[in-house]
Design a protein around this ligand. Structure first.
Ligand SMILES: [Mn+2]
Length: 311
């Protein structure tokens, strides 16, 4: 069953003595005229079916808490929090359908929906919401160690199947690029399927010192689509930075390179109406340090093109 969970109030540190520009993310929640909507998908069922470690359902509220105190530029128009869709029980398809509807509704009033997962089953809802709300060709850029194009198993769809499901819905329009793929974490069967489906791949090993090796593939995809759906699986980060995922990466792509990849997509894409960040499991982050890194990336997705650059 899917339930609509209203947004919680945003709270955090305030420093009024430093003047009107001492703004943090929580100060811009619910701002009038916000172009960006934030939504959460509180769901563990996809990871459970994928035989992973649960906890992703607690991701949206933990990520909000970690993002709340981050500084934002004074001119940033802010964001609207549309709350979460919670999946209770085992009806994943019903939960994804409810989430897709919420995203599509959000895109009526806002230019971009930023979705906090949930496992990577969130992607089927993100893409579904975008397809419902906007016409035109969709290119998918997935920053991830994994292809997530498995065939559904005995229990059906999971966090390992979303991009195969998307292709099944729209085989002609399927245009999919994975950045940060770990050769060792994807079976030969999956890599052969990716080649058969013309999936673009840039390996994690090519992205150790910078994002430039991905530029040609990102620019080519952006040139042939009308809009990009950007999806970020936190398990692309090295395990020392991001232990709080079901499947931590043995190698991973460094945080600064992931930031540069996000910037590259926002710079190249005609538009990015939906971006999501998935697989964060706070119960696997006892120190809270992984949440701090995830929050930097969530902030970048919220601020989008240009606005996130303070470096
Ligand atoms: Mn994934």
């Amino acid at each position: 069953m899917a339930e609509i969970l209203p947004p919680e109030p945003w709270t955090g540190r305030s420093d009024p003595e430093d003047g009107p520009n001492a703004l943090r993310l929580h100060h811009r929640a619910g701002a009038d005229g916000a172009r960006v909507a934030l939504l959460g998908f509180a769901c563990d069922e996809g990871v459970r079916r994928n035989k992973g470690r649960p906890g992703a359902a607690e991701g949206p509220s933990a990520l909000r808490a970690a993002m709340a105190g981050l500084a934002v530029p004074a001119g940033w128009p802010g964001f609207a929090d549309l709350g979460d869709v919670g999946v209770t029980g085992s009806d994943l398809a019903d939960g994804q359908a409810a989430m897709a509807r919420r995203i599509a509704e959000g895109l009526v009033r806002h230019d971009r929906a930023v979705v906090l997962g949930g496992g990577h089953e969130t992607a089927f809802a993100s893409w579904g919401g975008l397809r419902r709300a906007r016409a035109g060709r969709i290119g998918i850029v997935n920053i991830d160690a994994h292809l997530d194009i498995r065939n559904p198993g005995a229990e059906g769809a999971s966090s390992g199947t979303p991009f195969a499901q998307i292709r099944a819905e729209d085989p002609e329009g399927f245009d999919y690029l994975v950045l940060g793929l770990s050769e060792e974490a994807n079976t030969q069967a999956l890599r052969e399927r990716a080649a058969e489906w013309s999936v673009g791949v840039v390996a994690d090993r090519a992205l150790q010192s910078g994002a430039e090796p991905a530029r040609a593939a990102v620019e080519a995809l952006c040139a042939r689509v009308d809009q990009v759906y950007l999806t970020l699986d936190l398990d692309v980060l090295p395990h020392a930075v991001m232990p709080a995922v079901s499947a931590p990466a043995g190698r991973g792509v460094p945080l600064h390179v992931v930031e540069a990849l996000i910037d590259m997509v926002f710079d190249c894409a005609p538009t990015v109406p939906v971006a999501d960040m998935v697989e964060f499991s706070p119960r696997l982050d006892p120190s809270g340090c992984a949440a701090r890194s995830a929050a930097l990336l969530g902030r970048r997705l919220l601020l989008g093109r240009g606005d996130s650059r303070q470096d």
